[in-house]
Design a binder for this molecule. Structure first.
Ligand code: F6R
Ligand code: MG
Ligand code: MG
Length: 369
């Protein structure tokens, strides 16, 4: 069986009219660059956007973290940035945090999700892209799809799925090197939940089948906030999920997105927002949001991709989107107050901090009591 690597590398390198969507010319530039310069290196590719982020999906035989693959995508983003600048796009090159490429785009700004697979006779998989949110946004949907029979009927109906899954969870507050823990579902689901509730700190990095040991999920974990130490936007994550047979079915993976959980992001990366499942190439709008997630389904054979099937382009999800819009409206009614805005430690702008510093000087200790 062929060993194939699936790689998603994603960055925001400029946008029309604010942080809304890339221009057609920008998308074409990135796409053409990958097609031309990737010849002989990659097998196939798909380039698309969700909100202001451009994701490059490639298939190849080089394994994860390959410098040539990473450089190809980095250089495609550099070529795109040139066009973004020439068009006067907003935030041109914003996610390319360093000036020189050094072997691996991880930690340089772009989001990365990769996995090497032993190809099955049929290889269905999903490509998730989210915008105006952070990697922890996938925590709840993954937890539910891989541990809860209320979403994953396979946990009851399929003996292989019932054997459970191994979660690899990263503590993203630790930025020097990767700090991870492995936990087994179902035995340790309460420990998994205890970590995954804290979306700003603990993020699912990967999930493995316990029946076969095969990798099922690879999710991006980069938090630019931690790397850059200043506002660079939330980290708009990407994720790969293999489906069917001994893994959860595509519909089981999608099922939790019906909940539209509140996630961090939205306006100025500093608010809570329902996570709205959207169609491919959706742009950003109301209050720079709400947080959105798209999901494209593919099959591949020896690295050759089919066309994508747009999983959230279906009447069922129109209904969910309407509900998410209603929830968004409810939350936005309270503006900056309480749960609508993120706690101090998660604010992506320094305005509140600076105000507090100024006001601190005016606070007085009342005498006499
Ligand atoms: C959030 C986001 C936007 C911007 C906002 C202000 O991730 O990208 O909500 O934070 O539009 O953008 P600047 O500071 O670039 O004017
Ligand atoms: Mg942006
Ligand atoms: Mg974005």
């Amino acid at each position: 069986m062929a060993k194939i690597t699936l790689s998603i590398i994603k960055a925001d390198i400029g946008s029309i009219g604010g942080h809304i969507k890339p221009s057609q010319k920008l998308l074409e530039t990135v796409s053409n660059y990958i097609k031309e310069k990737g010849r002989g290196l990659i097998i196939d590719s798909y380039i698309g956007h969700t909100g202001d982020d451009i994701a490059i999906l490639t298939t190849h035989k080089k394994g994860p973290s390959n410098p040539k693959i990473h450089k190809l995508c980095w250089d495609a983003f550099l070529a795109g940035t040139k066009i973004a600048k020439s068009q006067g796009l907003y935030g041109a090159g914003q996610d390319l945090l360093v000036s020189a490429f050094s072997g691996n785009v991880k930690g340089m700004g772009p989001q990365v999700a990769e996995m090497e697979i032993e190809e099955r006779p049929a290889e269905p998989f999903l490509m998730f892209m989210a915008d105006k949110t952070e990697p922890g946004a996938f925590n709840l949907p993954l937890y539910l799809a891989f541990t809860d029979p209320m979403h994953n009927a396979g946990l009851i109906l399929s003996p292989k799925v019932k054997e459970g899954f191994k979660f690899v969870i990263m503590d993203v507050s630790y930025t020097k090197v990767d700090k991870i823990i492995e936990l087994k579902a179902p035995e340790e689901i309460y420990d998994i939940a205890a970590l995954l509730r804290d979306t700003g700190r603990f993020v699912v990095e990967s999930i493995f089948s316990r029946a076969s040991g095969e990798q099922v999920v690879s999710a991006s974990t980069t938090r630019l906030h931690n790397i850059a130490g200043k506002y660079v936007g939330k980290d708009d994550p990407v994720m790969l999920v293999r489906t069917q047979k001994d893994f959860p079915a595509t519909g089981e993976i999608l099922s939790p997105y019906t909940i539209t959980p509140l996630v961090a992001g939205f306006m100025r990366g500093s608010h809570n927002s329902p996570l709205m499942p959207v169609k491919k190439n959706t742009s950003i709008s109301f209050f720079d949001g709400p947080a959105i997630v798209s999901c494209l389904a593919f099959c591949e054979k020896e690295g050759k991709l089919t066309e994508s099937a747009d999983t959230f382009d279906h009447p069922y999800w129109d209904y969910v989107r309407e509900q998410a819009a209603q929830e968004t409206q409810e939350l936005r009614r309270q503006g900056f107050f309480g749960a609508a805005m993120l706690p101090m430690s998660e604010l992506e702008y320094t305005g509140v901090m600076e105000t507090l510093k100024e006001l601190e000087k005016r606070f007085k200790i009342r005498k006499g009591r």
